[in-house]
Design a protein around this ligand. Structure first.
Ligand code: SAH
Ligand code: SF4
Ligand code: F3S
Length: 441
């Protein structure tokens, strides 16, 4: 019988993409079959995240549970990859000696060979090197896909924002070759994907030369090429950075209807002093200017963002600047977090004089405002026609189908399963806190 593989994924969409590739790699090399039940797995892999303290703590408590599974069956293989592994390769081996394989975000392609070593009773050395090009060259083409597919277009980040661990766990920014991306997208479309979701920590830093030519390809041009591919109906991207959001992307929003009326553009703070301390490389005026130009190019575009609340030294006035930015720009559903000290980052050395109670109060104020605004946007959609890509059945009922609106809301409606994977028009009938209800037109 084929061996079974369980992968637990934490963190961002880059990790989700990598986990899918891990399945494909190990299916090709050792015929591992995916399972959703960790108790029946022969190989357990944890793809970890260290963006905030809590994410990191979760890794070791979950590993404790896996140790118990291994005590019952010593043949189980346990692997740890992702960003915690990249930062703490040796530490993992000491703290959790029952872990057999340690790999990083850019060495997932070594997993097959590491598993073969274990089969031979050898102990594979932890490998968390930064090898983005080697990784891209060794990833298998997709074997299957859902209606919406992630495609990684770059690895790493060279921005070194003062609070952030990512440049240390995923290395410097490297763009994937244009040909590679086009090939992967063609394969995904053949397999039925209609939405292509481009991934990278800083996708608008994408920059390559088209092979054999002098043509320089940035994100906007890449999107233009992808939008010409028959079968690609919608193109999303995560995450772009305000410092490199130039006019070519704004023009892309004006011209390319396959870009949804939605943009996630993390600002982090509305205070120029805090933005400078964070080393973000833009002011709140620049951010507001980008949004205003985008809204001219795309009336009604919905903007979501990321916010860090309670950065060391943030005053009440500085917090209110963030609050006002959210209000002025009518920011839609967003991610907001209390600042979390990350070892090894420059911000971790600054004295933090904001109390945790104060941070929680500020967080709940902006989350309240964001929810209010997002709900008002949802209500304003009642009665409108939305084009959605049907991705499956709704969480609540098998009789209902679901898909995302352009502005990223789940829209549920009655329908039969042959619509899954199709773009359909749905009229919005009602809005609740987290989703919309509608009927097919
Ligand atoms: N590259 C993206 C962000 C990737 S990390 C960008 O620059 O916008 C995702 C989000 O995690 C960040 O936008 C930030 O809001 C949050 N984050 C990162 N480091 C953090 C920290 N130390 N404490 C709290 N939140 C953090
Ligand atoms: Fe982290 Fe800044 Fe890079 Fe985003 S741009 S991943 S916040 S260092
Ligand atoms: Fe987490 Fe690493 Fe992504 S730290 S957010 S998994 S890049």
């Amino acid at each position: 019988m084929n061996k079974r593989l369980f992968v637990q994924t934490y963190g961002c969409q880059m990790n989700v993409y990598d986990s899918n590739k891990i399945f494909e790699l190990l299916n090709n090399s050792h015929k591992y079959q995916a399972t959703n039940n960790e108790k029946e797995a022969d190989l357990l892999i944890m793809n970890t995240c260290s963006i905030r303290e809590k994410a990191q703590e979760k890794v070791f408590s979950e590993l404790g549970r896996w140790r118990k599974l291994k005590e019952k069956n010593k043949n189980i293989i346990i692997g740890v990859g992702g960003c915690v592994a990249a930062q703490e390769a040796e530490h993992i081996k000491t703290r959790a000696p029952f872990v057999d394989v340690v790999f990083g975000p850019q060495t997932i392609h070594h997993l097959p060979q590491m598993i073969t070593q274990i089969y031979k009773n050898e102990i594979p050395k932890p490998n968390v090197e930064f090898k983005p090009i080697e990784k891209f060259d060794n990833l298998p083409l997709p074997g299957k896909t859902g209606p919406s597919a992630f495609v990684s277009i770059m690895e790493g980040c060279s921005k070194f924002c003062s609070f952030c661990i990512v440049p240390y766990t995923r290395g410097q920014e490297v763009s994937r070759s244009f040909d590679d991306i086009i090939l992967e997208v063609h394969e995904l479309v053949k397999l039925g994907a209609k939405e292509i979701h481009l991934l990278g920590q800083n996708v608008n830093g994408y920059n390559v030369n088209m092979s054999g030519t002098d043509t320089n390809v940035n994100l906007a041009l890449l999107i233009r090429y992808l939008s010409e591919i028959n079968g690609v109906e919608r193109i999303r991207f995560t995450t772009s950075h305000p410092a490199e959001f130039d006019h070519s992307l704004i023009d892309a929003y004006r011209d390319i209807k396959k870009l949804p009326n939605y943009l996630h553009l993390p600002v982090q703070s509305g205070s120029n002093r805090i933005l400078e301390l964070m080393k973000r490389g833009y002011t709140h005026e620049t951010y507001r200017d980008i949004i205003s130009k985008l809204r001219k190019a795309r009336p009604g575009i919905s903007i979501s963002s990321d916010f860090i609340i309670g950065y060391p030294g943030e005053t009440e006035e500085e917090f209110m600047e963030t609050y006002n930015l959210i209000k002025d720009l009518n920011i839609d559903y967003s991610f907001s977090f209390i600042y979390s000290k990350r070892p090894g980052t420059p911000a971790s050395l600054i004295e933090d004089n904001v109390t945790i109670e104060e941070k929680k109060r500020r967080l709940s104020r902006i989350q309240g405002l964001i929810n209010l605004q997002a709900h008002a946007i949802s209500e304003s959609m009642i009665g409108t026609e939305q084009t959605i890509l049907v991705t499956g059945t709704s969480k609540k009922s098998d009789q209902q189908l679901t898909g995302k609106t352009e502005n990223n809301r789940s829209l549920n409606f009655d329908g039969t399963s042959e619509l899954i994977g199709q773009m359909v028009k749905v009229k919005v009938l009602s809005a609740s806190l987290n989703s919309l209800q509608g009927e097919i037109i």
